[in-house]
Design a protein around this ligand. Structure first.
Ligand code: ITT
Length: 196
């Protein structure tokens, strides 16, 4: 069994990149596709898993090394799971994450239904021989008005269940060790520990 010495983190999102690097063992050399000038693939999948697999396959073929990719997003219950896999695209549609967060909060407020939401993350690791493993992590919580300035993306409008703070009000380390990415990584880690 060949140990992994270096790994391509298949994302252009700096917030995700940092979290994934901090979850992986320190001794692993982590490489960004940005440094290798590898662009992003089109996200044509219909699910988080399809998209994380598509990204892992794309970056692995381009970078010719073991690759770990992430597809993630925020699903809001009263919006029928939107923005979901379109979370990143909503930020473009509404001008910024700030604009997308305002849109989500206003829609939820107007509907006067549940504020329930969840963050979902699919992680896929792929080897150059085509072998791949995917795992999903989810964390449930509620949508609120924007609070806090830590983190990235939709962190300011999400309060995880059982906590008084939004992800953006929490200390980086606190969020890192409870979020959807952490949950997916812990499942994946069990399956790849012999390679680490
Ligand atoms: P890559 O495809 O290069 O990884 P991306 O930002 O486009 O970058 P996604 O397609 O997976 O990534 O979009 C997911 C979006 O959901 C992302 O842009 C974030 O803003 C948001 N998101 C995912 N995880 C999050 C988290 O932990 N905190 C806040 N927002 C998050």
């Amino acid at each position: 069994m060949q140990k992994i010495k270096k790994i391509l983190i298949g994302t252009h999102n700096k917030g995700k990149f940092k979290e994934i690097c901090d979850l992986l063992p320190k001794k692993l050399e982590k490489i960004s596709p940005i440094n290798l000038k590898i662009p992003s693939p089109d996200e044509t999948g219909k699910t988080f898993q399809e998209n994380s697999e598509l990204k892992a396959n794309f970056f692995c073929e381009m970078g010719k090394m073991v690759t770990l990719s992430d597809d993630s997003g925020l699903e809001v219950e009263c919006l029928d799971g939107e923005p979901g896999i379109y979370s990143s695209r909503w930020a473009k549609k509404y001008g910024s994450f700030d604009g997308a967060m305002t849109e989500i909060f206003n829609r939820v407020k107007k509907l006067k239904k549940s504020t329930a939401a969840q963050f979902v993350c699919s992680l896929t690791i792929q080897w150059p021989d085509g072998k791949k493993i995917s795992e999903i992590g989810k964390i449930k919580g509620d949508i609120c008005s924007k609070r806090g300035s830590n983190g990235f993306g939709y962190d300011p409008i999400f309060i995880p269940n059982g906590y008084p703070k939004t992800f953006a009000e929490m200390e980086y380390k606190k969020k890192l060790l409870i979020d959807h990415r952490y949950i997916a990584y812990k499942k994946l880690e069990k399956k790849i520990k012999n390679f680490l």
